[in-house]
Design a protein around this ligand. Sequence first.
Ligand code: ADP
Ligand code: MG
Length: 238
Amino acid sequence: MADVTLTEVRKSFGSTDVIRGVSLDIKHGEFVVFVGPSGCGKSTLLRAISGLEEISSGELRIGGQLMNHVDPSKRGIAMVFQSYALYPHMTVRENMGFALKHAGEPKAQVAEKVERAAAILGLQPLMDRKPKALSGGQRQRVAIGRAIVRDPEVFLFDEPLSNLDAELRVHMRIEVARLHRELGSTIIYVTHDQVEAMTLADKIVVLRAGVVEQVGAPLELYDNPANTFVAGFIGSPR
Ligand code: ADP
Ligand code: MG
């Protein structure tokens, strides 16, 4: 079970304290959304969970295992970024299979996992295209597909839909919710979009300047904000 537990996690860059004592208890299968103003440390916290950044102090556990110094590839997580970072010279199929192939998985097994992910995301008709022949939403689905094929226990999403236009964002939001239902995996998701947070989250974590202001179900925060900062963030659509 991939519970994700943070205990007094801190992260500094030089003398700048970016994450300042964050403790969180994320249960297996939960959809947790991080919100907070630009620069409050959302991406840094995700990167710390993924292992792209080493934490300065505190404890990070995934499935009970201490992860502080574990290589990103061995944490059972997959991260999807705002910028799709697809390989331009590879087809959709090759993009999705690349990491598995690189890890030495047998060809037939890679093909099977890629096909399964393609089916979940409705990408089958696009498998032989290159990224430049895809729309923004299609590219983002390929990026999610690359994460799915790795069959992670935990998905980390950093503002995955923020480059899409409003209509596509709504569509993709529904896709992400469906994905969570189908895969049952733990999802930690950063967004600027209040509607995304309110509709996707089992639990919202409100961050301010590297500190957790409040954690709760969307309606708990909406009805009972701990302070005006949380109220401003959750209560005012933008
Ligand atoms: P958010 O994702 O909430 O907008 P970030 O986690 O990207 O915020 O950044 C939080 C703060 O940490 C910012 O002030 C940013 O400048 C700083 N920061 C992030 N990464 C680095 C880094 N590698 N070196 C120095 N400062 C960084
Ligand atoms: Mg960010």
